[in-house]
Design a protein around this ligand. Sequence first.
Ligand code: NAD
Ligand code: FE2
Length: 383
Amino acid sequence: MVYRMIFNQEAYFGRGAIKEIPDVAKAHGFTKAFIVTDPVLLETGTVTKVTDVLDAAGMPYEIFSNVKPNPPVECIQDGVEKFRSAGADFMIGLGGGSPQDTCKGIGIIAANPEFADVLSLEGTAATKNPSVPIFGVPTTAGTASETTINYVVTDTAAKRKFVAVDPHDIPLVAFVDPDLTDTMPRGLKVATGLDALTHAIEGFVTPGAWELSNCLSLQTIRMIAHNLAKSAEGDVEAGEQMAYASYITGMAYSNVGLGLVHGMAHALGGLLGVAHGVANGILLAPVMEYNKDFTGEKYRSIAHAFGDPDSYTKPLDEVREEAVQKIHQLTVDLGNPTTISEVGAKESDIDGLTDNAFKDVCTGGNPRKPTRQEIHAIYESLM
Ligand SMILES: NC(=O)c1ccc[n+]([C@@H]2O[C@H](COP(=O)([O-])OP(=O)(O)OC[C@H]3O[C@@H](n4cnc5c(N)ncnc54)[C@H](O)[C@@H]3O)[C@@H](O)[C@H]2O)c1
Ligand SMILES: [Fe+2]
């Protein structure tokens, strides 16, 4: 067995990490930045934190701030045009997953114009050239787009999200600066934290997992167990740990894959616009329950991370159920919805959701191979 692991070439962590951007850019010979971000981050001053650093260093830039959550194909196409007229030689993906993923799509198409329709990038498209160099700067603690080889796009016409997996899109450098994630409101900390936890758990139990990815995934399950609730209540130290946990688990799942929670969450995001982390939070415990007999001893470590010191000696069936219950309880305690009707799903949506979840790239990483009927039944049980 041979394992492929792809990471950023360089990464900076800690409060003030964004101050390194100009020197790192100059060291690479870059002269002008194209910043991809969203209107909220522009209005609330997060973008200024980065542009102040660039201004002080005399580094020119242009800002593209039209990114919408669950970014649509059209947003990437708009960004490609703006990038071409900007005369920039590198990009800064500044935001949560939506701006960072849009940045990847723009960078890929700018370097591979034959994929200008965006839709043809679904799955593992055969792009020939690396993206325009990207600096990934997260402002949420969940997606880890700054270190992954994936980006997620909404096909607006078909009302579905799709995943592009392409080593050519990995940001060259990541800057994980908790000063940028502190400003998240409570609901966003919860949603993105549940996304990170889902990455950690799905990346831990996927058949592609191995010793190196397990180190990363399990450590982040522990970090999230200790810090997510505290971070949601405004503890900035815990928030800092969540920013690192998101990145660390991204190093694993980006390389080994995810599972059915993500496949089913993408379907909800595409059809109903449900925030990605909220959708994951609804689905994580029910899919863990569905998967539990296909996870070897791994739920012992999850139960242990969530506070059971005896999880390695209890009967396996008992501890598997306990792990599921602990995750369910966490989502309840955090106030995340626990049903899909709470986020607007109707009975008549379930067939379409099932079709999209069944063919989602992430579903292939699930430890138990689901049938359409089983996916349908999970959605049905969450009405
Ligand atoms: N590329 C990947 O590997 C990957 C992995 C998981 C998810 N995703 C995708 O990422 C997207 C979700 O990203 P997300 O959950 O980070 O949210 P997001 O980027 O969609 O942002 C959600 C909202 O939060 C606001 N926001 C972001 N940072 C903030 C801050 N610090 N303070 C205040 N407000 C802030 C944004 O302006 C926006 O309004 C989805 O499309 C999802 O499918 C990508
Ligand atoms: Fe995710």
